[in-house]
Ligand binder design. Sequence first.
Ligand code: SF4
Ligand code: SF4
Length: 350
Amino acid sequence: MADKPKFAMYWAAACGGCDIALLGINEKILDFAEAFEPVFWPCVMDGKKSDIEGLADGALALTFFNGAIRTEEDEAMARLLRKKSAVFVAFGSCAVEGCMPGLSNLSSADDHLITVYLDNPSTTVTDPAVVPRLSTRVAEGELRLPGLYDTVRSVRQTVDIDYMIPGCPPEAHQLEAVMELFMGTSGLPEKGAVLGAGTRALCEECPRIRSWTGREQRRLRFRRLYEIIPDSTRCLIDQGIVCMGPATRGGCTALCPGANMPCIGCYGAPAGVADQGAAMLSALASITDAGSAGQPEEAMQREVEAAFEPIVDPVGTFYKFSLAHALLNRARPASPVTDEAADRKGKGRA
Ligand code: SF4
Ligand code: SF4
């Protein structure tokens, strides 16, 4: 029998949810195991980087890469697997657009180390304080850790990709269809295509009744979720809950609105939308009656600020999944990651 095509799945800056999502296609995974030979999948089987290095370029028929690019190791593995793969797929929101790891672009790598190892109230700081360093000499030799990048990038900002599968994680029914596609004989879509999702905004597949589809504006009072139990038939935005449906790619069957929870945007922006957060702000601004024509600018600004004030974490709300791909994707310019982060704050290092 001819060798099966080889399959790899890798996680970089990831939570493991994408790996679990792939296993979550239940018995279909058996069909997939019939069609492909998994040769590298750190979440579920032992394997070494050297196994991949030893393969010819393009020898992996299909690689799913999940997770964002946070460390030197993440980038090295993305480059290696890209080179060894005939088809390389950015799998899940972290790989496609940075997802929650991308929110760390609001700060710097040094600040993260200081917060986690020195300033965290639940951390017992030793004297001298210990912060992971890139190189440590022990009796057996030098131990090295991969460097932490200041700016988190998605996989598609790092290497050439063939396809992307959005979602945090991608939904099982969509993954089943994607696996059928890769196992089938009908050919693959054009390079760069989004697989396992729709093209239009989630609102198009949500059954809730909206009253803001016309040009009518309304004085919305935004609420936090704990303040109300929403009516399960009416659009959540109509009830003052920020639901990312207008700025999020459909394809999940509106699972969260179906459970009386707002969409949080995990499928990213719909086709043709460059910046998910800006699109959502634009959608809310177009239906929110804050400020009026002819009003002095300062008074208008006060009204707008008062209207949006209940949204306590605007970046985390509008860019939870896409900050790494936002037009403004950093809070401050990138600075080099140094071993002296703690020293600059006047703290010692082991
Ligand atoms: S996309 Fe979501 S489920 Fe997948 S690794 Fe990232 S955080 Fe986890
Ligand atoms: S905003 Fe949310 S609740 Fe309203 S229609 Fe769109 S997806 Fe449904």
